[in-house]
Structure formats: C-alpha cells, structure tokens
Design a protein around this ligand. Sequence first.
Ligand code: SF4
Length: 67
Amino acid sequence: MRIEADPDVCVSSGMCALTAPDLFDQSDDGTVVVLRSDPPAERVAAVRGVVWRCPSRALKLVDTTTG
Ligand code: SF4
C-alpha cells in the first residue's frame, strides 16, 4: 500500500496529522506532509479512516500489488 497526497487539493484541516501523527504532518502553511508513504500493515486500517475523513479528498491509499 502507498499513501498519496495532493497538497494542491489539501485545505489544511490538520485532521490527518492529528489522527495519525506517525504518518502525516503539516507544512508551515498547513498543507499535508506524508511522513511515511508505505504504511505498516497494522496502520493500514487507520490510514483508510484518515483517507475517508479528509474533507478535501486530498489523500489516497493505493494498492501497490495491483498497480
Ligand atoms: S485531512 Fe486532508 S485536508 Fe486536512 S490536512 Fe490532511 S490532507 Fe489536508
């Protein structure tokens, strides 16, 4: 699995960094920074929740086994 983020779409809500601070941070202007794009298996469920709750749909979790 791979986390993809589009900072051009991000509205700087900070939800991702608050929910999963081991995987996400925010830049000085508040936009998302992915700290780890390859989440460990035990964090995939948490990432799915973050992707679902992102208010701007700036995040994606891509299944790298299917391309
Ligand atoms: S939850 Fe979405 S909109 Fe909010 S900071 Fe993260 S990527 Fe940006």
